[in-house]
Ligand binder design. Structure first.
Ligand code: NAP
Length: 255
């Protein structure tokens, strides 16, 4: 998609779709891609929830639009992708970032908690990949799925989340093989501990203990993750596919 370039607005004239773009990591990714010149389709549970991100994107590149759907619903996702392609004029970058947690030790975890996390975090990504594959094949586009280090290491109390995030890695590697012939690169970004609404439930003591295990000595920001996505969808990512880029300050390797 991109010839080697030092151009900073390497997504000028291109369309990027980011799920979970209303806040946290997804909002930072959407704004970063707009900074690169992309017209960004911001997706969350409702379009209204993306109003702030759309305004921030438009400050860098006009043409951002908000869309609402439940990512776990195959027909709702198909309708959103169809609308984005029609209204924004194609699709060049897909970032599957929407996600939830419903933490509980296995013996206390309900079937509903397991199913919902798989449905949103794993099937949600599959829904967008399925709906967006054809438009992305047309543009030799880029796909980034947001996983987690928990999908690589496991985590007590997160069997549902870890299974979904491990699934994201296998899904991405399979599609990297399926879509390579059409010039589409598919990669996973696996964040560690990032300060967002998702992690704000941790009490101060648990947060300090976790921070103490991060070799780089600080909790990650949504922008740390957005810059990893930026690399993968930019010139540097042209020859990278089927990979998992861990963005965790060294947490997974331990201190
Ligand atoms: P967050 O602040 O809780 O935001 C979650 C986003 O996902 C929101 O935009 C939310 O939209 C959207 N979303 C949730 N369920 C949805 C559904 N059914 N349909 C459509 N949109 C839905 O989370 P975050 O921390 O930014 O996490 C973003 C991604 O990074 C997730 O995949 C998460 O698993 C992963 N991650 C996060 C961390 C971390 O430390 N924060 C670490 C590793 C991986 P609404 O605003 O409409 O609810």
């Amino acid at each position: 998609m991109h010839p080697p370039t030092t151009e900073t607005r390497f997504l000028e004239g291109r369309v990027a779709l980011v799920t979970g773009a209303s806040r946290g990591i997804g909002a930072a990714i959407a704004v970063q891609l707009a900074r690169r010149g992309a017209r960004v389709a911001c997706v969350a549970t409702t379009a209204e929830r993306c109003a702030d991100t759309v305004a921030r994107c438009n400050a860098h590149q006009e043409g951002a639009q908000a869309y609402g759907c439940d990512v776990s619903s195959t027909p709702q996702v198909a309708a959103v992708v169809e609308a984005v392609v029609k209204e924004l004029g194609g699709l060049h970058v897909l970032v599957n970032n929407a996600g939830i947690t419903r933490d509980q030790l296995l013996l206390r975890m309900s079937e509903e908690d397991f199913d919902r996390v798989i449905d949103v975090n794993l099937k949600g990504a599959w829904n967008f990949l399925k709906a967006a594959a054809r438009p992305l094949m047309k543009t030799s586009g880029r796909i980034v799925n947001v996983g987690s280090i928990v999908g690589l290491t496991g985590n007590a109390g997160q069997a549902n989340y870890a299974a979904a995030k491990a699934g994201i890695v296998g899904l991405g590697q399979s599609l990297a093989k399926e879509l390579a012939g059409r010039g589409v690169c598919v990669n996973t970004v696996a964040p560690g501990y990032i300060a967002t609404d998702m992690t704000s439930a941790l009490d101060a003591q648990a947060a300090e203990a976790l921070k103490a295990r991060i070799p780089l000595g600080r909790i990650g920001t949504p922008e740390d993750v957005a810059l990893a996505v930026d690399f993968l969808v930019g010139p540097g990512g042209a020859y990278v596919t089927g990979q998992t880029l861990v963005v965790d300050g060294g947490l997974a390797i331990g201190g």
